[in-house]
Ligand binder design. Structure first.
Ligand code: ATP
Length: 235
């Protein structure tokens, strides 16, 4: 793995109960990079994020974050080390307001953004500060889920399909947000099915199939690689 990798995953295996899901995933994400995991349903993308976060039943291999091995750490320790996970279902507290959601992050530590900074980054959340979670649009919920991770002080953001189920104009907004986070020095690993969206935000793409990484494509070669990727992605 590159020495400047913030996250270096090597030979990662993961199980849910008796089901062996990941079969030696190897990838790395450098500081300040935005990297996607592409691949068909069931390829193991979500499981890879969950395994990095310590949220699978059993895992082995190596996951170095910021130079330190985390493969035996519990998820709360991994969160405190500076990794934030935004699941596909987003995990917003439905009965709490936007501000209340932002005041209840799972972990808070130095480097976490204060509310004022969050609301500068997400002006539409500021407008909805007193709205309940259930009253938010899908796009606002996604923004809130990302904002909540930023409160924790995470340096690496793991985002599971942030564009999913959102209207094209909202997807563009999420794209701008991710580019803004990159500009501010955050590092992002995201699962995506939306190829075009992936292309507008990422520096590199890993392609997964059957619980393995089968290809890596720099973003500027993505279009030229489409024929090769067709088999894995069905695009
Ligand atoms: P998707 O976009 O559908 O989530 P994915 O690439 O993220 O696809 P995963 O969700 O990681 O794929 O799933 C990989 C495999 O693990 C699938 O075969 C799935 O059925 C299985 N799997 C996922 N979660 C569990 C679980 N909690 N228990 C048992 N098997 C699971």
């Amino acid at each position: 793995a590159a020495t400047d990798a913030l996250l270096a995953v090597q030979g990662l295996e993961a199980w849910y109960g008796e089901s062996h899901i990941l079969h030696g995933v190897t990838l790395d994400v450098r500081r300040g990079e935005v990297v996607t995991l592409l691949g068909r349903n069931g390829a193991g993308k979500t499981t890879t994020l969950r395994a990095i976060m310590g949220l699978v039943g059993r895992r082995s291999g190596s996951i170095r974050f910021d130079g330190r091995e985390t493969i035996n750490d519990r998820s709360d320790r991994i969160a405190r080390a500076g990794i934030g996970y935004c699941p596909e279902e987003r995990g917003i507290f439905a009965t709490l307001s936007v501000t209340e959601n932002l005041m209840l992050p799972p972990v808070v530590q130095p480097g976490g953004l204060d509310l004022a900074t969050i609301y500068t980054l997400f002006p539409n959340l500021k407008e909805r500060a007193n709205s309940q979670g259930t009253k938010l649009s899908g796009g606002e919920q996604q923004m809130l889920a990302i904002a909540r991770i930023l409160r924790t002080g995470a340096k690496l953001l793991l985002l599971d399909e942030p564009s999913e189920g959102l209207a094209p104009v909202i997807v563009q907004q999420i794209g701008r947000t991710i580019r803004e986070l990159k500009a501010r020095g955050f590092t992002v690993l995201l699962v995506e099915q939306n190829f075009r969206f992936a292309q507008t935000v990422a520096d590199r793409h890993y392609v997964m199939e059957h619980g393995r990484v089968v290809d890596m494509v720099p973003n500027d070669q993505l279009t030229a690689s489409l024929d090769r990727l067709h088999a894995y992605l069905g695009v």
